[in-house]
Design a protein around this ligand. Structure first.
Ligand SMILES: [Zn+2]
Length: 111
């Protein structure tokens, strides 16, 4: 049951278990892509994390709620576009110098 006050909606990085989908190797970036279903509200989150070795403050993550249909179809290489296509997302990391905020649209995953 979806609720509007579930803890998974708070703007912070997810803990807990995830289903790892693989790495997005687009432009050599090795983004880690995973899906997490919130056990409290059943929302499915698509989670993306990338960092660039040798570049300090390069790590960043994004996550967005996706439909079950999109979750079944998504591949590591299509994850960035799918997150960008959602009405909003949560993102953070040292690249942005914050631990989590809500945003929408642009997904900045390249160096
Ligand atoms: Zn939830």
């Amino acid at each position: 049951m979806e609720t509007d006050d579930c803890a998974c909606l708070l703007p912070r990085r997810f803990g807990g278990t995830a289903t790892f989908l693989g790495e997005d190797t687009t432009k050599g970036r090795y983004g880690a892509v995973s899906l997490r279903r919130c056990k409290h509200c059943d929302r499915i989150w698509l989670d993306y994390f990338v960092e660039y070795e040798g570049f300090s403050r390069s790590d960043r993550w994004y996550r967005a709620v996706v439909s079950p249909e999109d979750a079944a179809r998504v591949k590591p290489t299509t994850a960035v576009a799918l997150i960008a296509a959602q009405p909003w997302h949560i993102y953070g990391g040292s690249y942005f110098e914050h631990a989590g905020k809500r945003g929408a649209g642009l997904v900045l995953v390249d160096l």
